[in-house]
Design a protein around this ligand. Structure first.
Ligand SMILES: [Zn+2]
Length: 163
């Protein structure tokens, strides 16, 4: 979202730099910041990783890690748990920090992603929300991954587990 006029005084905004605007009337500045999101590598004893098939654009029909955008007043780990449950039906626990990355986005310009991994889960696999399918894939036989950041997270995870 980008302001055309100052939301406080309706003054005109001028560009201070590429991503900063300033109100000519009240002097308030508006910064365009990355949007935080989460992604989770969920794995099992069979050396498989859980992926969801995206039901919405961007990258509709492609496979990705479970994840999504944080909500305000939400802890980042809780966001990872919530998004996982919404998209896969699984409740996860004992999340470990995997990595952090940024990725370009048409809608948000830049997304900042925090990735976790976990093999502690319960519940029944069931696609929900923005996902149309959800499945464990052998790490040796993964489909094309929708996002470069998710691909990097999976590679980083494979370095850690050394399967
Ligand atoms: Zn103003």
């Amino acid at each position: 979202m980008e302001f055309k006029y100052c939301p406080f005084c309706k003054g005109d905004l001028k560009d201070i730099s590429k991503h900063v605007k300033e109100c000519e009337k009240c002097g308030e500045r508006f910064y365009k910041n990355p949007v935080p999101a989460v992604a989770v590598v969920i794995f099992n004893e069979n050396k498989e990783i859980l992926l969801v098939k995206r039901g919405e654009d961007p990258k509709k029909g492609m496979w990705a890690l479970p994840g999504g955008f944080m909500e305000v007043e939400e802890d980042v780990v809780d966001a990872a748990k919530r998004e996982t449950e919404e998209e896969t039906g699984l409740k996860i626990d004992k999340l470990k920090l995997l990595d952090i990355a940024t990725e370009g986005s048409k809608r948000y310009t830049t997304v900042l992603l925090v990735a976790y991994y976990s093999k502690i889960f319960s519940g029944k696999l069931k696609p929900g929300d923005d996902s149309v399918d959800v499945k464990f894939f052998s790490y040796k036989n993964m489909p094309e991954i929708a996002f470069l950041s998710h691909k990097k997270f999976i590679n980083k995870f494979l370095e850690i587990v050394r399967w």
